[in-house]
Design a protein around this ligand. Structure first.
Ligand code: BGC
Length: 357
Protein backbone atom coordinates (compact mmCIF):
# COMPACT_ATOMS: atom_id res chain seq x y z
CA UNK A 1 0.00 0.00 0.00
CA UNK A 2 1.60 3.30 -1.05
CA UNK A 3 1.93 5.99 1.56
CA UNK A 4 -0.21 8.34 -0.60
CA UNK A 5 -3.04 5.73 -0.67
CA UNK A 6 -2.72 5.32 3.07
CA UNK A 7 -2.94 9.08 3.48
CA UNK A 8 -6.13 9.22 1.37
CA UNK A 9 -7.69 6.37 3.41
CA UNK A 10 -6.83 8.07 6.69
CA UNK A 11 -8.14 11.43 5.42
CA UNK A 12 -11.41 9.87 4.22
CA UNK A 13 -11.92 8.09 7.53
CA UNK A 14 -11.24 11.30 9.41
CA UNK A 15 -13.62 13.28 7.20
CA UNK A 16 -16.41 10.72 7.58
CA UNK A 17 -16.01 10.67 11.35
CA UNK A 18 -15.85 14.47 11.56
CA UNK A 19 -18.94 14.76 9.36
CA UNK A 20 -20.81 12.22 11.46
CA UNK A 21 -19.86 14.14 14.59
CA UNK A 22 -20.93 17.47 13.09
CA UNK A 23 -24.23 16.17 11.87
CA UNK A 24 -24.84 14.21 15.07
CA UNK A 25 -28.02 15.59 16.62
CA UNK A 26 -27.38 17.92 19.51
CA UNK A 27 -28.55 17.20 23.01
CA UNK A 28 -28.89 13.47 22.53
CA UNK A 29 -31.35 11.80 20.23
CA UNK A 30 -32.67 8.33 21.02
CA UNK A 31 -31.30 5.49 18.93
CA UNK A 32 -33.63 2.85 20.29
CA UNK A 33 -37.05 2.96 18.64
CA UNK A 34 -40.44 2.21 20.13
CA UNK A 35 -43.15 0.40 18.21
CA UNK A 36 -44.88 3.03 16.06
CA UNK A 37 -47.21 0.76 14.09
CA UNK A 38 -50.31 2.84 14.96
CA UNK A 39 -48.98 6.31 14.12
CA UNK A 40 -47.55 8.26 11.18
CA UNK A 41 -43.82 8.20 10.55
CA UNK A 42 -43.72 11.94 11.36
CA UNK A 43 -45.23 11.45 14.81
CA UNK A 44 -42.99 8.45 15.36
CA UNK A 45 -39.98 10.66 14.62
CA UNK A 46 -41.31 13.36 16.94
CA UNK A 47 -41.65 10.82 19.76
CA UNK A 48 -38.02 9.84 19.26
CA UNK A 49 -36.63 13.37 19.06
CA UNK A 50 -38.42 14.74 22.14
CA UNK A 51 -35.41 13.33 23.99
CA UNK A 52 -34.54 15.18 27.18
CA UNK A 53 -37.08 17.65 28.44
CA UNK A 54 -38.05 19.77 31.39
CA UNK A 55 -41.33 21.13 32.77
CA UNK A 56 -41.53 24.86 33.41
CA UNK A 57 -43.88 23.99 36.23
CA UNK A 58 -45.85 26.00 38.81
CA UNK A 59 -45.50 29.16 36.70
CA UNK A 60 -48.27 29.56 34.12
CA UNK A 61 -50.21 26.73 35.79
CA UNK A 62 -50.47 28.46 39.17
CA UNK A 63 -53.91 30.03 39.77
CA UNK A 64 -52.22 33.35 39.02
CA UNK A 65 -48.62 33.51 37.84
CA UNK A 66 -46.45 34.02 40.92
CA UNK A 67 -48.96 32.47 43.35
CA UNK A 68 -46.76 29.39 43.75
CA UNK A 69 -43.47 31.19 44.24
CA UNK A 70 -42.02 31.11 40.71
CA UNK A 71 -42.56 33.27 37.64
CA UNK A 72 -41.55 32.47 34.11
CA UNK A 73 -38.60 34.85 33.66
CA UNK A 74 -37.36 35.57 30.11
CA UNK A 75 -33.88 34.36 31.16
CA UNK A 76 -35.25 30.85 31.75
CA UNK A 77 -36.06 30.45 28.08
CA UNK A 78 -32.39 30.56 27.03
CA UNK A 79 -31.30 28.56 30.06
CA UNK A 80 -33.55 25.61 29.25
CA UNK A 81 -33.38 26.05 25.48
CA UNK A 82 -29.64 25.44 25.44
CA UNK A 83 -29.78 22.26 27.49
CA UNK A 84 -32.98 20.45 26.58
CA UNK A 85 -34.67 19.16 23.43
CA UNK A 86 -38.17 19.75 24.80
CA UNK A 87 -39.99 22.02 27.22
CA UNK A 88 -43.35 20.96 28.58
CA UNK A 89 -45.33 24.09 29.37
CA UNK A 90 -48.17 23.54 31.87
CA UNK A 91 -50.84 26.23 31.53
CA UNK A 92 -53.92 26.87 33.67
CA UNK A 93 -56.27 27.88 30.91
CA UNK A 94 -59.52 27.33 32.82
CA UNK A 95 -58.81 30.04 35.39
CA UNK A 96 -57.98 32.50 32.62
CA UNK A 97 -61.23 32.20 30.75
CA UNK A 98 -64.74 33.48 31.49
CA UNK A 99 -66.74 31.14 33.76
CA UNK A 100 -69.58 30.59 31.28
CA UNK A 101 -69.73 27.76 28.73
CA UNK A 102 -68.09 29.75 25.94
CA UNK A 103 -64.98 30.13 28.15
CA UNK A 104 -63.59 33.05 26.18
CA UNK A 105 -59.91 33.25 27.03
CA UNK A 106 -58.49 36.28 28.73
CA UNK A 107 -56.57 37.94 25.90
CA UNK A 108 -53.82 39.34 28.12
CA UNK A 109 -53.07 35.87 29.51
CA UNK A 110 -53.39 34.18 26.11
CA UNK A 111 -50.86 36.65 24.66
CA UNK A 112 -48.53 36.07 27.60
CA UNK A 113 -48.59 32.32 26.93
CA UNK A 114 -48.12 32.79 23.20
CA UNK A 115 -45.06 34.98 23.75
CA UNK A 116 -43.49 32.27 25.88
CA UNK A 117 -44.37 29.56 23.34
CA UNK A 118 -42.86 31.59 20.51
CA UNK A 119 -39.69 32.35 22.45
CA UNK A 120 -39.26 28.65 23.27
CA UNK A 121 -39.89 27.60 19.67
CA UNK A 122 -37.31 30.17 18.56
CA UNK A 123 -34.79 28.07 20.49
CA UNK A 124 -35.41 25.29 17.99
CA UNK A 125 -36.84 22.97 20.63
CA UNK A 126 -40.14 21.13 20.97
CA UNK A 127 -42.84 22.72 23.12
CA UNK A 128 -45.59 20.63 24.68
CA UNK A 129 -48.43 23.03 25.44
CA UNK A 130 -50.33 21.35 28.22
CA UNK A 131 -53.80 21.95 29.72
CA UNK A 132 -53.05 21.85 33.45
CA UNK A 133 -55.09 22.07 36.67
CA UNK A 134 -58.78 22.32 35.92
CA UNK A 135 -59.49 21.05 39.46
CA UNK A 136 -63.25 20.96 39.21
CA UNK A 137 -63.39 18.72 36.17
CA UNK A 138 -61.72 15.95 38.20
CA UNK A 139 -63.97 16.66 41.19
CA UNK A 140 -61.06 18.06 43.22
CA UNK A 141 -61.17 20.83 45.79
CA UNK A 142 -60.36 24.22 44.27
CA UNK A 143 -56.93 25.72 44.76
CA UNK A 144 -56.66 29.10 46.45
CA UNK A 145 -57.49 31.79 43.85
CA UNK A 146 -59.10 29.27 41.51
CA UNK A 147 -62.71 30.21 40.74
CA UNK A 148 -65.68 27.86 40.65
CA UNK A 149 -67.90 27.37 37.60
CA UNK A 150 -71.38 25.85 37.23
CA UNK A 151 -71.00 22.04 37.05
CA UNK A 152 -73.05 21.82 33.85
CA UNK A 153 -70.57 23.98 31.90
CA UNK A 154 -67.39 22.16 32.96
CA UNK A 155 -67.07 20.01 29.86
CA UNK A 156 -68.28 22.66 27.39
CA UNK A 157 -65.66 25.05 28.76
CA UNK A 158 -62.92 22.45 28.30
CA UNK A 159 -63.93 21.87 24.67
CA UNK A 160 -64.36 25.56 23.92
CA UNK A 161 -60.98 26.37 25.39
CA UNK A 162 -59.40 23.77 23.12
CA UNK A 163 -61.25 25.26 20.15
CA UNK A 164 -59.70 28.66 20.90
CA UNK A 165 -56.19 27.30 21.52
CA UNK A 166 -56.33 25.25 18.32
CA UNK A 167 -57.35 28.19 16.17
CA UNK A 168 -54.79 30.44 17.76
CA UNK A 169 -51.91 28.07 17.08
CA UNK A 170 -53.07 26.43 13.87
CA UNK A 171 -50.24 27.99 11.82
CA UNK A 172 -47.54 27.43 14.40
CA UNK A 173 -44.60 25.15 13.57
CA UNK A 174 -45.09 21.43 13.98
CA UNK A 175 -42.59 21.49 16.85
CA UNK A 176 -45.47 22.80 18.94
CA UNK A 177 -47.39 19.86 20.37
CA UNK A 178 -50.64 19.94 22.33
CA UNK A 179 -51.35 17.87 25.43
CA UNK A 180 -55.07 17.39 26.07
CA UNK A 181 -55.11 17.36 29.87
CA UNK A 182 -52.57 16.85 32.61
CA UNK A 183 -53.21 13.80 34.78
CA UNK A 184 -56.95 13.11 34.31
CA UNK A 185 -58.23 11.44 37.49
CA UNK A 186 -61.11 11.33 39.98
CA UNK A 187 -64.42 11.88 38.16
CA UNK A 188 -62.69 11.49 34.80
CA UNK A 189 -61.30 8.01 35.50
CA UNK A 190 -62.20 5.46 32.83
CA UNK A 191 -64.99 6.15 30.30
CA UNK A 192 -65.62 9.87 31.02
CA UNK A 193 -62.04 10.63 30.02
CA UNK A 194 -62.15 8.39 26.94
CA UNK A 195 -65.24 10.31 25.77
CA UNK A 196 -63.82 13.73 26.56
CA UNK A 197 -60.45 12.94 24.97
CA UNK A 198 -62.16 11.83 21.76
CA UNK A 199 -64.34 14.96 21.63
CA UNK A 200 -61.50 17.38 22.36
CA UNK A 201 -59.19 15.77 19.81
CA UNK A 202 -61.94 16.06 17.19
CA UNK A 203 -62.14 19.80 17.90
CA UNK A 204 -58.37 20.18 17.61
CA UNK A 205 -58.42 18.30 14.30
CA UNK A 206 -60.85 20.82 12.75
CA UNK A 207 -58.01 23.35 12.59
CA UNK A 208 -54.87 21.27 13.19
CA UNK A 209 -55.33 18.16 11.06
CA UNK A 210 -51.90 16.65 11.65
CA UNK A 211 -50.32 18.30 14.69
CA UNK A 212 -48.99 15.75 17.15
CA UNK A 213 -51.18 15.63 20.27
CA UNK A 214 -50.35 13.96 23.59
CA UNK A 215 -53.07 12.02 25.40
CA UNK A 216 -52.53 10.27 28.71
CA UNK A 217 -54.34 7.55 30.64
CA UNK A 218 -56.36 8.31 33.75
CA UNK A 219 -55.32 7.90 37.38
CA UNK A 220 -52.79 10.71 36.95
CA UNK A 221 -51.36 9.36 33.66
CA UNK A 222 -50.51 6.12 35.40
CA UNK A 223 -48.94 3.30 33.38
CA UNK A 224 -51.28 0.90 35.21
CA UNK A 225 -54.25 2.63 33.53
CA UNK A 226 -52.90 2.43 29.97
CA UNK A 227 -55.12 -0.55 29.27
CA UNK A 228 -58.23 1.50 30.03
CA UNK A 229 -57.33 4.27 27.61
CA UNK A 230 -59.23 4.10 24.34
CA UNK A 231 -56.91 5.97 22.05
CA UNK A 232 -59.01 7.90 19.50
CA UNK A 233 -58.56 6.78 15.86
CA UNK A 234 -55.73 9.13 14.92
CA UNK A 235 -52.29 8.74 13.39
CA UNK A 236 -50.69 11.67 15.17
CA UNK A 237 -50.88 10.96 18.87
CA UNK A 238 -48.27 10.19 21.48
CA UNK A 239 -49.29 8.69 24.79
CA UNK A 240 -48.25 10.68 27.87
CA UNK A 241 -47.34 8.78 31.03
CA UNK A 242 -46.14 10.04 34.42
CA UNK A 243 -44.31 8.20 37.17
CA UNK A 244 -43.42 9.27 40.70
CA UNK A 245 -42.62 5.89 42.23
CA UNK A 246 -41.25 5.29 44.81
CA UNK A 247 -43.87 7.82 45.87
CA UNK A 248 -42.86 7.91 49.54
CA UNK A 249 -39.41 9.01 48.40
CA UNK A 250 -40.36 11.48 45.62
CA UNK A 251 -43.20 13.14 47.54
CA UNK A 252 -41.84 13.10 51.10
CA UNK A 253 -42.88 16.18 53.06
CA UNK A 254 -44.96 17.83 50.31
CA UNK A 255 -47.72 19.95 51.80
CA UNK A 256 -50.48 19.25 49.26
CA UNK A 257 -51.02 15.57 50.09
CA UNK A 258 -53.97 14.83 52.42
CA UNK A 259 -51.56 13.16 54.85
CA UNK A 260 -47.98 14.41 54.41
CA UNK A 261 -45.40 11.65 53.99
CA UNK A 262 -42.57 11.47 56.53
CA UNK A 263 -39.20 12.95 55.57
CA UNK A 264 -36.00 10.86 55.55
CA UNK A 265 -36.81 8.25 52.89
CA UNK A 266 -33.84 7.41 50.68
CA UNK A 267 -33.55 5.99 47.19
CA UNK A 268 -32.84 3.51 45.62
CA UNK A 269 -32.57 0.06 47.22
CA UNK A 270 -33.24 -3.16 45.29
CA UNK A 271 -36.95 -3.07 45.94
CA UNK A 272 -37.23 0.54 44.81
CA UNK A 273 -35.16 -0.22 41.73
CA UNK A 274 -37.47 -3.10 40.89
CA UNK A 275 -40.50 -0.84 41.30
CA UNK A 276 -39.06 1.59 38.72
CA UNK A 277 -37.97 -1.16 36.31
CA UNK A 278 -41.39 -2.83 36.48
CA UNK A 279 -43.14 0.43 35.51
CA UNK A 280 -40.80 0.97 32.57
CA UNK A 281 -41.24 -2.67 31.49
CA UNK A 282 -45.04 -2.42 31.66
CA UNK A 283 -44.94 0.76 29.60
CA UNK A 284 -42.72 -0.94 27.03
CA UNK A 285 -45.05 -3.97 26.85
CA UNK A 286 -48.05 -1.74 26.24
CA UNK A 287 -46.21 0.06 23.46
CA UNK A 288 -45.18 -3.23 21.86
CA UNK A 289 -48.79 -4.41 21.92
CA UNK A 290 -50.54 -1.26 20.65
CA UNK A 291 -47.95 0.61 18.56
CA UNK A 292 -48.53 4.08 20.03
CA UNK A 293 -45.28 5.71 21.16
CA UNK A 294 -44.99 6.85 24.77
CA UNK A 295 -43.55 9.94 26.40
CA UNK A 296 -42.72 10.24 30.10
CA UNK A 297 -44.01 13.77 30.71
CA UNK A 298 -43.34 13.95 34.46
CA UNK A 299 -41.06 12.34 36.99
CA UNK A 300 -39.13 14.00 39.79
CA UNK A 301 -38.47 14.22 43.49
CA UNK A 302 -38.72 16.94 46.10
CA UNK A 303 -35.73 18.56 47.79
CA UNK A 304 -36.84 17.08 51.13
CA UNK A 305 -35.07 13.93 49.93
CA UNK A 306 -31.29 13.84 50.27
CA UNK A 307 -29.28 14.92 47.25
CA UNK A 308 -27.41 11.65 46.70
CA UNK A 309 -30.70 9.77 46.59
CA UNK A 310 -32.18 12.28 44.18
CA UNK A 311 -29.20 11.89 41.86
CA UNK A 312 -29.53 8.11 41.97
CA UNK A 313 -33.26 8.31 41.34
CA UNK A 314 -32.85 10.60 38.30
CA UNK A 315 -30.14 8.41 36.78
CA UNK A 316 -32.16 5.28 37.30
CA UNK A 317 -35.32 6.74 35.78
CA UNK A 318 -33.41 8.06 32.81
CA UNK A 319 -31.67 4.83 32.07
CA UNK A 320 -34.83 2.74 32.42
CA UNK A 321 -36.81 4.93 30.02
CA UNK A 322 -34.03 5.96 27.63
CA UNK A 323 -33.02 2.34 27.18
CA UNK A 324 -36.57 1.70 25.92
CA UNK A 325 -36.53 4.65 23.51
CA UNK A 326 -38.92 6.71 25.67
CA UNK A 327 -38.26 10.46 25.87
CA UNK A 328 -38.86 12.28 29.13
CA UNK A 329 -39.49 15.66 30.79
CA UNK A 330 -38.37 16.17 34.37
CA UNK A 331 -40.76 17.77 36.90
CA UNK A 332 -39.54 20.39 37.14
CA UNK A 333 -37.25 23.36 36.62
CA UNK A 334 -37.30 25.65 39.66
CA UNK A 335 -39.79 24.58 42.35
CA UNK A 336 -38.93 22.36 45.33
CA UNK A 337 -38.72 19.48 42.82
CA UNK A 338 -36.46 21.61 40.66
CA UNK A 339 -32.93 21.34 39.35
CA UNK A 340 -32.36 25.10 39.12
CA UNK A 341 -32.16 27.63 41.96
CA UNK A 342 -34.23 30.70 41.13
CA UNK A 343 -32.67 32.49 44.13
CA UNK A 344 -29.07 31.98 43.01
CA UNK A 345 -29.93 31.75 39.30
CA UNK A 346 -27.72 28.67 38.96
CA UNK A 347 -28.20 24.98 38.28
CA UNK A 348 -28.21 22.67 41.26
CA UNK A 349 -25.15 20.94 39.95
CA UNK A 350 -25.37 17.27 40.83
CA UNK A 351 -28.99 17.22 39.72
CA UNK A 352 -28.26 18.97 36.42
CA UNK A 353 -25.47 16.51 35.72
CA UNK A 354 -27.70 13.56 36.63
CA UNK A 355 -30.26 14.75 34.09
CA UNK A 356 -27.95 15.66 31.27
CA UNK A 357 -24.71 13.70 31.49
C1 BGC B 1 -48.58 18.95 39.48
C2 BGC B 1 -47.69 19.69 40.43
C3 BGC B 1 -47.03 18.73 41.38
C4 BGC B 1 -46.34 17.63 40.61
C5 BGC B 1 -45.74 16.61 41.53
C6 BGC B 1 -47.80 17.90 38.79
O1 BGC B 1 -48.60 17.27 37.83
O2 BGC B 1 -49.10 19.83 38.55
O3 BGC B 1 -48.42 20.66 41.10
O4 BGC B 1 -46.08 19.39 42.16
O5 BGC B 1 -47.25 16.99 39.73
O6 BGC B 1 -46.67 16.13 42.43
Amino acid sequence: MSSRFLFVVVLCTWLTTAQAQNSAPQKNTRQIRQNCAAVSSTTCDVAHTLGRGINLGNMLDAPREGDWGVRLLPAYIDIVGIKFNTVRLPVRWSNNAVPSADATLDEFFAKRVEKVVDALLAQGIYVILDFHHYSQIHGDKLHRNEFEVAPDVLEARFLNIWRQISIRYKNHPQKLLFELLNEPHGKLNGKPWNDLARKSLAIIRESNPTRTVLIGPTYWNNVKHLDQLHVPQDKNVIIAIHSYEPFNFTHQGVSYLPIPLPIGKKCCDDQQKKQITDIATNAEMWNKKYGYPLHLGEFGSTDAGDEASRVQYIRLMRSEFESRGIGWAYWDFATSFGVFSSKKMTWIEPLRAALLE
